[in-house]
Design a protein around this ligand. Structure first.
Ligand SMILES: [Zn+2]
Ligand SMILES: [Zn+2]
Length: 137
């Protein structure tokens, strides 16, 4: 892939690497309780990517999927524990990738806050992005 057409990312230990070809579909901060617990964070920033634009390199077979809710799974590295991916029957043909695990700029910046009604009380959001109760679809 040409520089500028794609971005690469990885887990903390580096055993799992991935690349995403642009364009991505969307980027949003998710404040849902499951993202917050799974990642140990106030919110998680996700990038939506078409399956066909996503490539995974997992030579040691470390990727595991946790069924976090009916029809939805969260992918993580079984060596270092990095939470990397989300996929759901609700968004067929699409994988959600954690923004923080990319090494470089993407083709867009965050566009919205979703599940904003379940946000934590101990972090104040001070941007002008749309703040939605349900997820972007
Ligand atoms: Zn790892
Ligand atoms: Zn979420």
């Amino acid at each position: 892939m040409k520089k500028g057409d794609s971005a690469n990312g990885r887990c903390q230990c580096g055993a799992l690497q991935f690349s995403v070809r642009f364009p991505t579909k969307w980027m949003a901060h998710c404040h849902c309780t499951m993202c917050r617990r799974a990642h140990g964070a106030a919110f998680v920033t996700w990038v939506g990517v078409e399956d066909a634009s996503f490539e995974l390199a997992d030579p040691d077979g470390l990727l595991r999927w946790y069924a976090s809710s009916p029809g939805a799974e969260r992918g993580f590295c079984s060596r270092c524990g990095s939470m990397l991916f989300f996929r759901s029957q609700r968004w067929p043909g699409e994988i959600h990738v954690v923004r923080a695990n990319f090494d470089s700029a993407l083709d867009r910046e965050p566009q919205a806050h979703v599940f904003y009604d379940t946000r934590v009380s101990w972090f104040e959001v001070n941007d002008a992005l749309p703040k939605r109760p349900p997820p972007a679809s």
